[in-house]
Design a protein. Structure first.
Length: 94
């Protein structure tokens, strides 16, 4: 049985703010989820192989093609500020 305190605790752990008006709805939703999980626990899955994905995946690797790119001068031409052939940016960490 899920209590209002359980719902508030779970919401706090998830860093979700819920109003007092929302607590009964979440309580019912969590109870329904747990009932469904109990139904799933009754299934015989001894013949089912463990999987990490429902759909079979293979390593999706594309071929690497060298394409023309910007020269250093072209890349720096759009910089707000540059120094010593590099982008100059504001200091972030002091």
């Amino acid at each position: 049985m899920i209590t209002d305190q359980d719902v508030k605790h779970i919401a706090a752990l998830a860093r979700i703010h819920i109003s007092q008006d929302q607590v009964p709805g979440f309580t019912k939703n969590l109870e329904d989820i747990l009932k469904y999980v109990k139904q799933l626990e009754l299934l015989d899955v001894t013949a089912v192989n463990p999987t990490s994905h429902v759909v079979a995946f293979k390593n999706m690797v594309r071929s690497d093609h060298v394409l023309p790119s910007l020269t250093q001068k072209e890349a720096l031409s759009v910089a707000v500020e540059s120094k010593d052939d590099s982008f100059k940016v504001p200091l972030v960490i002091e």
